[in-house]
Design a protein around this ligand. Structure first.
Ligand code: 13P
Length: 260
């Protein structure tokens, strides 16, 4: 059985350290106990260390929203995977569509960053997903397959059990738009992703890899999405910025975990 994994991507929020600490503390206090659902938050780089401290003593893990392919050197503004790991983080989101759109990330840079994250012992959350134009052109499967094959190239030595890596399917047209993919639309792509992962790795590893859905996930649509066979979690943007709405999603995930 795959665990359910709910992660909050805070993006460029909240505006101050005090608010970031408060959100982390509220989450720690309100986290439903004994769920078995894995929970992580991915704050902005500047808030990683204080958020790690704020959630310590709870089961909440912390991840970065990006990380460098380089270990050290003259790379102004970068954050290495060893730095992220040394702060006490467990995850690094890699290749989010906003990084691809606004920061020129490619499947090749995603690959280099994923290799670096794995080498540092971070679990990369590798994001894939088609734009609205690509969906309308019926190239969703081709786009996602290329993102996976190029982004995960040469990883067979580092991915041995399936626990080392997480995939997030985030259709770009569903991010921040309120237009959530229907459970059937999401499941169709998730099943396809698992099939590609089986061909990249093998079917035993593909069966164990967690594939999150992301794009307008809220407390009231989470249960139906997470009940789909190949949807193993959620990568949540807007609804992770308030403890009660994020906890609502975790509670929905708990209900799915219990009934599974
Ligand atoms: P929203 O939940 O705000 O649509 O964002 C999804 C996302 O991009 C998570 O990485």
């Amino acid at each position: 059985m795959r665990p359910i994994f709910i992660a909050g991507n805070w993006k460029l929020n909240p505006p101050t350290l005090a608010e970031a600490r408060q959100l982390a503390v509220d989450l720690k206090v309100q986290l439903p106990s004994g769920s078995g659902v894995e929970v992580a938050v991915c704050p902005p780089a500047a808030f990683l260390a204080p958020v790690v401290e704020a959630v310590s003593g709870s089961s909440i893990k912390v991840g970065s929203q990006d990380s460098s392919p380089h270990a050290s050197g003259a790379y102004t503004g970068e954050l290495s995977t060893n730095m992220v790991k040394s702060l006490g983080c467990a995850y690094a989101v890699i290749g989010h569509s906003e990084r691809r759109q606004y920061h020129g990330e490619t499947n090749q840079s995603v690959n280099q960053k994923t290799v670096a994250a794995l080498a540092s012992g971070l679990v990369p959350i590798v994001c894939v997903g088609e734009t609205l134009a690509e969906r309308e052109d019926s190239v969703t499967f081709a786009v996602v397959e290329q993102q996976l094959r190029e982004g995960l190239k040469g990883l067979s030595d580092s991915v041995k059990t399936g626990a080392e890596l997480v995939i997030a399917y985030e259709p770009v047209w569903a991010i921040g738009t309120g237009k959530v993919a229907t459970p059937a639309q999401a499941q169709e792509v998730h099943a396809f992703i698992r099939q590609i992962l089986a061909s990249i790795f093998n079917s035993a590893i593909a069966d164990r890899l967690v594939i999150q859905y992301g794009g307008s996930v809220k407390a009231d649509n989470a249960e139906e999405l997470l009940s789909q066979t190949d949807i193993d979690g959620a990568l949540v943007g807007g609804a992770s910025l308030k403890a009660d709405s994020f906890v609502g999603i975790i509670t929905a995930a708990n209900a799915v975990a219990v009934s599974a």
